[in-house]
Every structure is written in structure tokens, then in C-alpha cells.
Design a protein around this ligand. Structure first.
Ligand SMILES: *[C@@H]1O[C@H](CO)[C@@H](O)[C@H](O)[C@H]1NC(C)=O
Ligand SMILES: *[C@@H]1O[C@H](CO)[C@@H](O)[C@H](O)[C@H]1NC(C)=O
Length: 450
């Protein structure tokens, strides 16, 4: 790193103007413009009791694809590493190694790459999970990334928590019955979702539509869910006296000679028929208003200034009473705006692109994390946050809530709908800046106009 580094302020304005993704820290040059004009010198409000916040822009210093040696150094702070260094991890986590100077205090870890989860390999597929054991702050939801080869089956089972799922690749057939004995079978495609209430028995089987099979994301409405403690058909029957099985099913005991001696969990099989339908039930099929799946892939994305969003919650998918979700796309240079969710924790999953999130935990505490494809994020209820696209391609992620409704509060909309004099008294902004605040929630905002 050069010893003649520019001042924080010039670094700030430089980053604000030309971005960062392609920059080596050593490439910082003279400022191209002054920082956004504000009132630090021109307005000294009578109410001022604290010094202004520093002018540092605190942009990200590098990304995973930058051609730099990542160092724990930002402006005049920090210095290089002399000991061993895990360079690939440091390239992925610029804001942990060289945090913005706005970060402070202790905030629990809110990043978990599925790459760090031990995987459970089975014949026909695999499953890896994130729960409170690996990310203790994530108490309300847990996630599983599951892969099935074409025809492979995640065996008939149930569990104590509800399960919401999003198909990442390929297609699957699901089967479910509800407590009334009504039957349900559906074939689902990428970006479609399902929801199984707690305790409702189901199966998942990859179809042959994609010769490679399918991969999907499962989200559970409890942080201590474990994929290793589900109630499996084979596990149960292997632990019931055969005399009882014969009595229960009114058969000869020899009918059960070949049942598996222990659980199957995931196992290979022939793919289901294209025209498979639910076994006719005397109780009928599940009514449409209680359907266990939803063609989220067919919901149009709402275009936004810097990307798009589509939302699914119990207003459109009524059975999904404990999980609501949004699929957000943020264009390069754009940002999921500063906001928070009033009463529900957020579990997020990054599908593609590169992003940066700072969580504000109150009491002067904030911490910034970097995310990429396959990473899980978490934001406790009410924690303020934003998600900036720090890459050169669209950033696509899911925001998932343990709730029957998607809800958020936009910082900008709140301030735009607050008496301007009140806002001015807090922030020392000029009238023109305040008048410019948008009264309409934007969700994703376009690149900076600086
Ligand atoms: C599914 O995976 C295949 C093989 O990696 C890939 O070519 C395809 O684009 C993926 N489809 C989706 C919807 O991501
Ligand atoms: C406020 O945001 C809405 C929604 O993106 C947009 O249509 C409108 O032009 C914006 N208004 C102003 C004054 O920027």
C-alpha cells in the first residue's frame, strides 16, 4: 500500500463518483469532485449538540474479482498483514477485513455461506443446512440446500416446523395430504414455491424434465430446525414391532419382510410419470384456497428504478401463514434502499451477483457484511439495513420472513412524510434536499446521482 494515501475525504468523494468494483486500493487517485454539498459549515443549528459525522464515503474497497492483495487498511487506518492470510476469503469479505469507519460495536454474525456447512451425501443427492448451531443470531428461521438427481426421492416424512421452499433448478413432484385426508400432488418448476404446515406429511421427487434433476432451497420457521431430526416413514417402521405393523395394516406379518432396516432419507428411484395425478381420495383433493404450492415463477416482477421485486405471502398463497417472501433484483450500481421490517426477522438467500449489507443494531452498533451466490444472510426484526449491488451483474436474492405478510418501512418514505422542519432539526439538511425526499416507497433505488 502506498504511504502517500489520499485523505479520507478525497478517497470518499472518489469512491462516490466512480464506484469501486474495478479498483485496486492502490489505484486511488486525486478526488474528482468534492463530497455532496451539505450543511456542515454553512448551517450551525441551535439544536446541535454533537459534531457532524465524518465525510468518509466508506465504499467497498475491493470485490472477489478485483485484482488486488486484500489488506486490513482503509485510509489512514490499519496496516497490512504480515502473518498468514486466507486471501480468497479476504477477497470475498472486504468489509470484514477493512470495515467502513461507520461500523462499530458487537453485532452477531449475519452471514453463512452454505459452502461452510457440512454436507450430507446420499445415493441420489445431498443436503446441507444452516441453523442456530452455525449462525446463533438466526433464531427464527433455518435453511437447507437440497439436491436430488432425476427420479431421486426425499422420502415421505414430516417435521415439527413448517417448511417453505423455492426451486433453484430443475423440477420436482410433491405429494401431500392434509389432516382431513384430502390429497395433493403438483409438479413445480424453477422459482416456484411450496409450503407444508408443521406436521403435514409430504414427499419430494425430482422429475426427469432436467436430466440432472433438481436443487431447491428449504426454509423452516424455527432457527433450531435440523434436517437430521425429521420424522421419516422408513425410520418409524423400522422401529415398530412387526406384530404391530401386521395388526395395523391388517396383513400377514411376512408382508413386511423386506422393509428397510433403517432410514432412507434420500434415495434413487425412477422419475414420476409426466401425467402423474394424486391418488383419488374419498375425502377429495385439497381445495384451491388451501393449495400447498404456488407458481411464483409466473408472478410478474414489478419494475423499480434500480431493479425489480415480486412478493408472495398469504394474501396470494393463503396456506403460507408463517412465511412471506420477496425476490429482489438489484441492478449494478443500484441498492435495496435503507429500510427495516417492523416485527419479523429476515432470512435472506443470495442467488446471483455480489452484495453488501450493513445491519444497524441500535446503541451505536453496526456491522457490514459481503454476500455472493449461495450465501445466507439474516437481519433481526427492526434492525435497519440496505443491500448494495457491489458487482457488475444483477444481484438477485430472496428476503424471507416468519410472517403471513411482507412488510417493510422505508427510511426515505418515513422522512418524506415527516414535517420538513422536524427532519431539518435532526439532520441539518438543506430545504432542497428534504423537499427531494420521495413520498413513495421505492424498495430498490437506482445508482447515486452524485
Ligand atoms: C440449472 O443448472 C444447469 C446446469 O448447471 C444450468 O445450465 C441452468 O442454467 C440452470 N437453470 C437455472 C434455472 O438456474
Ligand atoms: C418517487 O418514486 C417513484 C417510484 O419509484 C417515482 O415514480 C417518482 O418519480 C419518484 N418521485 C420523485 C420526486 O423522485
Amino acid at each position: 500500500m502506498p504511504s502517500s494515501r489520499p485523505s479520507l475525504a478525497s478517497l470518499a468523494s472518489f469512491l462516490a463518483v466512480i464506484g469501486f468494483a474495478c479498483l485496486a486500493p492502490a489505484a486511488f487517485a486525486a478526488p474528482l469532485s468534492s463530497p455532496t454539498p451539505n450543511s456542515i459549515l454553512s448551517v450551525v443549528p441551535a439544536s446541535a449538540t454533537v459534531a457532524p459525522a465524518p465525510e468518509d464515503a466508506n465504499g467497498i474497497l475491493w470485490t472477489e474479482t478485483s485484482d488486488v492483495m486484500p489488506e486490513p487498511q482503509r485510509g489512514s487506518l490499519g496496516t497490512n498483514i504480515l502473518g498468514p492470510q486466507n486471501v480468497p476469503l479476504d477477497l470475498q469479505n472486504a468489509d470484514l477485513l477493512a470495515p467502513p469507519s461507520t461500523d462499530a460495536g458487537t453485532v452477531g454474525n449475519v452471514k453463512w455461506p452454505f459452502s461452510l456447512s457440512p454436507n450430507r451425501l446420499q445415493t441420489g443427492g445431498w443436503a446441507r443446512q444452516q441453523n442456530v448451531n452455525v449462525m446463533p443470531i438466526a433464531t427464527e428461521m433455518a435453511g437447507v440446500d437440497m439436491r436430488l438427481e432425476a427420479g431421486a426421492i426425499r422420502e415421505l416424512h414430516w417435521h415439527k416446523t413448517a417448511e417453505w421452499a423455492f426451486i433453484l433448478n430443475g423440477s420436482v413432484q410433491i405429494t401431500v395430504i392434509n389432516p382431513n385426508g384430502q390429497n395433493y400432488l403438483a409438479t413445480l418448476n424453477p422459482s416456484d414455491i411450496w409450503y407444508f404446515p408443521a406436521g403435514v406429511p409430504h414427499s419430494i421427487q425430482a422429475t426427469a424434465d432436467n436430466p440432472a434433476g433438481s436443487e431447491f432451497l428449504l426454509v423452516f420457521d424455527s432457527g433450531d430446525f435440523s434436517e437430521d431430526s425429521t420424522f421419516l416413514l422408513t425410520d418409524w417402521l423400522a422401529h415398530v414391532p412387526k406384530e404391530v405393523l401386521a395388526k395395523n395394516f391388517q396383513t400377514d406379518i411376512s408382508a413386511f419382510d423386506e422393509i428397510p432396516g433403517k432410514e432412507l432419507y434420500i434415495f434413487p428411484s425412477d422419475p414420476p410419470a409426466d401425467d402423474a395425478v394424486a391418488v383419488p381420495s374419498p375425502q377429495g383433493t385439497v381445495p384451491a384456497s388451501e393449495a400447498f404450492s404456488f407458481e411464483f415463477s409466473k408472478v410478474p416482477r414489478t419494475p423499480l428504478a434500480g431493479g425489480s421485486v415480486r412478493i408472495v405471502d398469504s394474501t396470494t398463497f393463503p396456506i403460507s401463514t408463517t412465511i412471506a417472501a420477496a425476490e429482489v433484483i438489484v441492478d449494478p450500481g443500484a441498492m435495496r434502499e435503507l429500510h427495516w421490517h417492523p416485527s419479523q426477522d429476515e432470512w435472506s438467500y443470495y442467488i446471483e451477483g455480489a452484495g453488501r449489507m450493513t445491519v444497524f443494531a441500535s446503541s451505536g452498533q453496526a456491522r457490514t457484511f459481503n454476500y455472493g451466490a449461495g450465501d445466507v444472510g439474516y437481519v433481526p426484526a427492526s434492525f435497519g439495513h440496505y443491500i448494495e449491488n457491489t458487482g457488475t451483474t444483477p444481484l438477485r436474492f430472496l428476503e424471507i420472513f416468519k410472517s403471513d405478510r411482507f412488510q417493510d418501512i422505508s427510511l426515505q418514505q418515513w422522512l418524506a412524510l415527516t414535517p420538513p422542519a422536524l427532519v431539518k432539526a435532526h439532520l441539518n439538511l438543506d430545504d432542497e434536499t428534504i423537499a427531494h425526499f420521495n413520498k413513495t416507497k421505492n424498495t430498490v433505488i437506482g445508482p447515486s446521482k452524485a
